[in-house]
Ligand binder design. Structure first.
Ligand code: HC1
Ligand code: SF4
Length: 569
């Protein structure tokens, strides 16, 4: 242990600790900007500077290691002035367009620092111009506005170290973050996961918002607007309104969307159950034929882009099922339109997703049936929260309401899709039942649960050992798939999610999220699963009705036309 004194208080910390760690231990608040607890420390911005007795220069507390007997000052006038001057320098280059900035007030760490460090706007009027050539709107999911970049380097770090993709770098003078090769984001191998958006402290990276489009459609009386809500949204949206992570706010989300003008509020959990029917059927066929194994799940569009770019030889293993989002869209404009006597061309299908890549997915050319797009508008959880706030809907006071019928019911199995291991568990609940003619009715497959990056399990079904793996995050996926390609491992079925932790950690989820928050979200999901009286997809009464009345069987000709696809880069 190392002993030091900070602001007159003694503290002992591990020798690998930084001064910032030691301050945290003492409960001393240090302002930070480039620092992020889950990322490599870059020490770029110096806003966390402190003074060490006997040294002339200020040092960044986030990247300076503790030493025995150091005497540190964090709160002197000199230190405060230094931080203020650093902030003013950043603000002098930062566009003064907070009114239209996509980073919501309260979420912008730069703006928050102005309060914390007592800097007023009139002290540093922005004198520069907004350069349009520094705004990249090429991606379907993410906008990069480098006018607002403060060079913290968090996007570089998360994309390189957590996702293993490496889209961004500093230019050689370190005065600009650019994509490697200086391409537009669309031209890179970006998988649209949005992890960089979540760590950006300002409005330099944000989801390509469709709030304006959605509000317009919701207010258009000539359009029939149907909205689907993804599993993860129900256990995370509450965070935007001060509720604990994991709190199930399904009923309030439903009412909010009705208040916003939705004609019907439906449930992605319903189409996640349909996915299990289709993917389960596909898995059983492949298992029996021993063909194209391991089966790789296909619901995460970031992962689909990843496999297209990096492992095209494995595309034959990817399930042909569209994701639940797309299945829902296709069913809303076919089955639901027919049942309700509505012209599908008049339906606007909106989805609320914890994911930025879902925007890209909905725009993929193949995601349509007979020229009718499956999904028209995709909003992230954060965008929905913004809309609820803009419209002054008293979210916390709303009385819960239920989904509309036909595409509204979801099982516990569908809900857990949102956490790593959930799709696998949901599939196993149905597959084991089918393969044993109902003899085996396991509900809880705990071996595939948890937030570890890679999990594996062997499940015995009817004398057959089914070897499964579950992986989340692009870097972990690369590690696992390299082994698959090299023949070092041999699985029957692999669940892959592009974001760390699965959809609960999606790029469109509430900010911040960290390991503790992710754990709470996950627990909330499993509670929602336990509280659901139906926990297996094939028991969903609306799914039964869909097959009885319309699709007939999983894998039928019609099911293929509406619910399956193929992926090529
Ligand atoms: Fe997901 Fe899925 S679980 S991909 O994370 O398969 O986004 O929640 O909606 O489509 O159901 C996301 C979540 C989501 C799909 C489902
Ligand atoms: Fe990297 Fe994901 Fe950001 Fe694309 S969206 S740049 S892959 S972190």
């Amino acid at each position: 242990m190392v002993n030091l004194t900070i602001d007159g208080k003694s503290v002992s910390v591990d020798e690998k600790s930084t001064i910032l760690d030691a301050c945290k231990k003492l409960g001393i608040d240090i302002p930070t900007l480039c620092y992020h607890p889950e990322l490599k420390v870059e020490g770029n911005c110096n806003i966390c500077c402190v003074k060490i007795e006997g040294k002339d220069d200020f040092v960044p507390s986030c990247s300076t290691l503790v030493e025995e007997n150091l005497i540190v000052f964090t709160n002197t006038d000199e230190v405060k002035q230094k931080r203020k001057s650093i902030l003013k320098e950043l603000l002098s280059k930062h566009p003064n367009d907070c009114l239209t900035c996509e980073k919501a007030s309260g979420d912008c760490e730069l703006q928050n620092l102005c309060y914390i460090l007592d800097v007023n706007r009139d002290e540093v009027p922005f004198k520069g111009e907004i350069r349009m050539d520094l705004i990249d709107c090429s991606s379907d999911s993410i906008v990069r506005d480098m006018n607002k970049c403060i060079l913290c380097g968090r996007c570089i770090s998360v994309c390189r170290d957590i996702q293993g993709i490496g889209i961004y770098e500093f230019n050689s003078e370190k005065n600009l973050v650019r994509t490697v090769g200086d391409k537009s984001l669309k031209e890179t191998n970006c998988i649209n996961c949005g992890q960089c958006v979540k760590v950006c402290p300002v409005g330099a990276l944000y989801e390509k918002t469709q709030i304006h489009e959605a509000l317009k459609a919701l207010l258009d009386n000539n359009k029939h607007v149907v909205v689907q809500i993804a599993p993860a949204v129900k256990n995370t949206l509450g965070e935007e309104f001060g509720l604990a992570p994991g709190t199930d706010v399904t009923g309030k989300v439903v009412v909010s969307l009705r208040k916003l003008g939705a004609d019907k509020v439906f449930n992605t959990d319903f189409s996640a159950d349909v996915t299990i029917m289709e993917e389960g059927n596909e898995f059983i066929s492949r298992l029996k034929e021993g063909k194209n194994l391991p089966l790789l799940t296909s619901c995460s569009p970031g992962w689909i882009k990843f496999v297209e770019h990096n492992y095209p030889e494995l595309l034959k293993n990817v399930s042909s099922c569209k994701s639940p989002q797309q299945m829902f869209g296709a069913l809303s404009k076919s089955y639901y339109a027919k049942k309700s006597g509505i012209d599908p061309k008049n339906i606007v299908s909106i989805s609320i997703m914890p994911c930025t890549a879902k925007k890209f997915e909905a725009n993929r050319p193949e995601m349509e049936v007979n020229g009718i797009r499956d999904v028209d508008i995709v909003l992230t959880t954060r965008e929905l929260a913004k809309m609820i706030k803009i419209k002054n809907i008293p979210f916390l006071d709303l009385e819960d309401e239920d989904f509309d019928k036909f595409l509204g019911k979801g099982t516990g199995a569908a809900r857990i899709f949102a956490t790593s291991g959930g799709v696998m568990e949901a599939a196993l609940r149905t597959v084991s039942y089918v393969l044993t003619d109902g003899e085996m009715d396991d509900i809880d497959y705990k071996s595939v649960r948890g937030l570890d990056g890679i999990k594996e399990a062997e499940i015995k079904i009817n004398g057959t050992v089914v070897r499964v793996a579950v992986v989340n995050g692009a870097l972990n996926t690369r590690k696992l798939l390299d082994k698959v390609v090299n023949g070092e491992v041999d699985y029957h079925f692999i669940e892959v999610m592009g974001c760390p932790g699965g959809c609960l950690g999606g790029g469109g989820a509430p900010i911040p999220d960290n390991k503790e928050i992710m754990e709470m979200r996950k627990e909330g999901l499993y509670n929602s699963d336990r509280n659901n009286e139906i926990r297996r997809s094939f028991e969903n009464p609306e799914v039964k009705e869909l097959y009885d009345e319309y699709l007939k069987n999983p894998g039928s000709h019609l099911a293929h036309k509406l619910l399956h696809t193929s992926y090529v880069d």
